[in-house]
Design a protein around this ligand. Structure first.
Ligand code: GLA
Length: 730
């Protein structure tokens, strides 16, 4: 058991590997935060609360009670009772008041972790166990109960938090804000790291010093978004890849979110994360419960790299499900950049024939195979085969692909409908819309109202028909527009603000049905490239399309940023043609493959039309991917070089957990004339062991020398070059 209750101090110590998280029931029953950091000896740390009087600070029961809510570090702060920092909870009563006051009532500690009803969440496994503490708080006036759920992972410096709210009173109440977690720090000496971006430029890293006031990122787009990923880190000013303290937070959710760090008047920091409360509310009838999604929190004393490795282990061991959790995905070829909408059965089969002869294992038919879709202006929602394009039907195509020894995969975008579709013509009210208001179009499509069961059932019926009609072993689940005019014709007026969240719950419900009815199908999720690369989707899809930008050297930035929180094995990464369709850049075919190697590897080009020279390299590239995929999927990632500021070089290193081998991937972005060779200091090896370079078994150096002095990478001629080095322990 990794959770301990100290009865006399009324405190809880959650121990996750070598990290402690300490909570205490403070005077008057407020749940206070004591400590989050390196594991400490077991002693009473209540003095850290500093329960002194503060001038001009509201306090309960005037000065008799030693609690000053605006300064007390709180585990879950409520609106309206004198804590003027960001509250985690705001509830409106049927009388119209918004104050609530949650005090400790009881707690329970147990091993394992509860399922979060209808939501993705981490779980306990045999190899990576966890324990859970549930603390119940209660507000006597509103009769609302709050259960704070904390999980500590035994072998990882990681915790998970979520919240359940139950209306125990007789009258309905409305939740106007419910964040999933509130973290307090007795310092403001932090930098904040975020992942910002845009279409084709997802998850670039930004870092800035915290200042007084609130600093936040959010999404109001209905998805986690290209613009800000639901990830934040707070780190000491001197933290870098390998040193320093870092706290990482990630929201296991795929819709609107908000994450805010606030430095207050006393130079302390509060960090909150949860569903964005903009245009959100949730009506709770008497007896009803609302469950807020989970936040994962990681602590590292080994810099940003240490934080990433913990997140990777947490998600690989305790979040990703299904058979592809423990096996590599097939090498695929996707026809999108090869053909866009301009394909038919014969074209696909010609791609498949060449691909199979070179060792590619799966053909993925992307957008354009259904309804009468020849461009992005029709047919979403008509999930039946476009017979004149796919002549012979899906069954014939899939059988032909299978007979080449390849698997077959399919693109779908089940959350959308085109105005030009049978579905829209028969059910125009099934879209998310507001009556009498012109509906904004984006990519010529509308969003279906997934809060409605009949809509989900209908779409799922069509998907089932397709999946049952042929041997489909992979699905690319896309989502290509953000939400606007958010209204539902099936919800009463007082529940309209629930739609954003109900939409996400509907998506999760359908994904859950799909994964349990078709457990062997590999799902790769996608959203205009990487607009929904989040831990919520990872629970259903072991891999996620990282970006529509397939330029290898743009990808280095995108994959680097993505790897701050998400494991490389989950990052869909394809070798595409040049000049690159997004940037016009020309890069060597071999470097493109080396970039894709650090992810879920595949091709996205017209394999029948590329040069013979490039084509010839494919079997060797696939062999390389197969050889290293275990290391990439299960090893520890170390990053070197700063791809964002210096633009000269970057390296990824994957080290086996037992340190018996390592793969170094070095990328020279721009060639610098008249420079000496690079001495790249490696990381993560065993100091006292000896390693040899597989290409040159006589080259043997200690882990110590390789890490403290470096490995010599000879000058690479020209821009965008790459080199891979396989080190094996002697
Ligand atoms: C999105 C995806 C692409 C492709 C197109 C098809 O943009 O990110 O990979 O599937 O949709 O329309």
């Amino acid at each position: 058991m990794s959770i301990f209750y100290n009865k006399s101090a009324q405190s809880f110590r959650l121990r996750a590997k070598d990290t402690d998280y300490i909570i205490k029931v403070a005077p008057c029953g407020y749940l206070a935060h004591v400590y989050f950091g390196k594991a400490l000896p077991d002693e009473d740390l209540s003095y850290l609360l500093r329960l002194d009087e503060n001038p001009f600070t509201p306090e309960t029961n005037n000065r008799d009670r030693a609690v000053y809510l605006d300064t007390l570090p709180l585990e879950f702060s409520c609106f309206g009772i004198g804590d003027y920092r960001e509250p985690a909870l705001k509830i409106r009563t049927s009388e119209g008041n918004s104050t609530c006051d949650m005090r400790y009532k009881s707690h329970v500690i147990y091993s394992g972790k509860p399922v979060l009803s209808g939501l993705p969440a981490t779980f306990s496994t045999e190899e990576s166990k966890c324990d859970t503490l549930e603390i119940t708080l209660y507000d006597d006036v509103t009769d609302v109960e709050t259960v704070l759920v904390y999980t500590a992972f035994e072998k990882l410096n990681a915790f998970a938090r979520s919240v359940r709210i139950t209306n125990k009173g007789g009258k309905p109440v409305t939740i106007e804000r419910i964040y999933s977690a509130c973290f307090e720090f007795d310092t403001n000496r932090f930098d904040m790291i975020t992942l910002y971006g845009s279409w084709a430029r997802e998850r670039h890293i930004e870092r800035h010093r915290l200042h007084h006031g609130k600093q936040e990122i959010d999404s109001m787009r209905g998805e986690s978004s290209h613009q800000y990923n639901p990830f934040n880190a707070l780190c000491s000013h001197n933290a870098d890849e390998d040193n320093g303290e870092v706290y990482g937070f990630n929201f296991v959710y795929s819709g609107n979110f908000r994450a805010s760090a606030e430095v207050n008047q006393h130079d302390k920091t509060r960090f909150v994360m949860g569903i964005n409360d903009m245009d959100f509310s949730w009506k709770l009838e008497s007896g009803q419960t609302f469950t807020a999604p989970e936040v994962t929190a990681v602590y590292s004393r080994e810099g940003i790299g240490g934080m990433s490795r913990t997140f990777h282990d947490l998600y690989r061991n305790n979040l990703i499900r299904g058979e592809y959790r423990s096996k590599r995905s097939p090498v695929l070829i996707n026809n999108w950049e090869a053909t866009y909408f301009n394909f038919d059965t014969q074209k696909l089969l010609s791609i498949a024939r060449t691909a199979s002869s070179l060792g590619i294992e799966m053909l993925v038919m992307d957008d354009g195979w259904f309804g009468h879709r020849d461009s992005d202006n029709s047919s979403l929602g008509d999930w039946f085969v476009y017979e004149s394009k796919i002549s012979g039907g899906l069954e014939y195509l899939v059988k032909s692909v299978n007979s080449l020894g390849m698997k077959f995969g399919l693109w779908i975008e089940p959350e959308m409908v085109s105005p030009d579709s049978e579905l829209y013509r028969s059910h125009p009210d099934w879209t998310i819309h507001i009556k009498n208001r012109e509906l904004t179009m984006c990519r010529e499509q509308y969003v279906l109202d997934y809060s409605r069961k009949e809509v989900r059932d209908f779409i799922y019926g069509m998907i089932r028909n397709i999946l049952d009609s042929a041997n489909i072993e992979y699905i690319k689940w896309d989502m290509n527009r953000q939400l606007t005019e958010v209204g539902s014709s099936s919800l009463p007026s007082e529940r309209q603000k629930e739609l954003w969240h109900r939409y996400v719950l509907g998506v999760y419900e359908l994904l859950e049905r799909l994964t349990s009815d078709y457990p062997h199908i590999l799902i790769e999720s996608c959203s205009g490239g990487g607009a929904r690369f989040d831990a919520g989707m990872l629970y259903y899809s072991p891999q996620i399309w990282c970006s529509d930008d397939t330029d290898a050297f743009e990808r280095l930035k995108i994959q680097y940023g993505t790897s701050l929180c998400y494991p490389c094995c989950a990052t869909g990464s394809h070798v595409s043609d040049c000049p690159n369709h997004t940037t016009g850049r020309i890069t060597p075919f071999s470097s493109r493959a080396d970039v894709a190697l650090a992810g879920a590897f595949g091709y996205e080009l017209d394999i029948t039309a590329i040069s013979e020279n490039d084509r010839k390299q494919i079997p060797m590239q696939i062999q390389k991917y197969k050889k290293y995929s275990e290391l990439v999927r299960k090893g520890d990632l170390y990053r070197m070089g700063d791809v964002f500021s210096d633009c000269k070089q970057v390296a990824f290193m994957f080290v086996a957990k037992d340190k018996s081998e390592a793969l170094v991937e070095y990328f020279q972005i721009l060639c610098r004339p008249n420079t000496r060779s690079v001495m790249l200091k490696l990381k993560g090896l065993e100091e006292n062991a000896f390693y040899y370079d597989e290409r040159n078994p006589d080259f043997v150096l200690s882990g110590s020398a390789l890490m403290n002095c470096g490995i010599n990478i000879k000058n690479l001629y020209s821009d965008f070059q790459s080199e891979t080095i396989h080190l094996i322990r002697k």
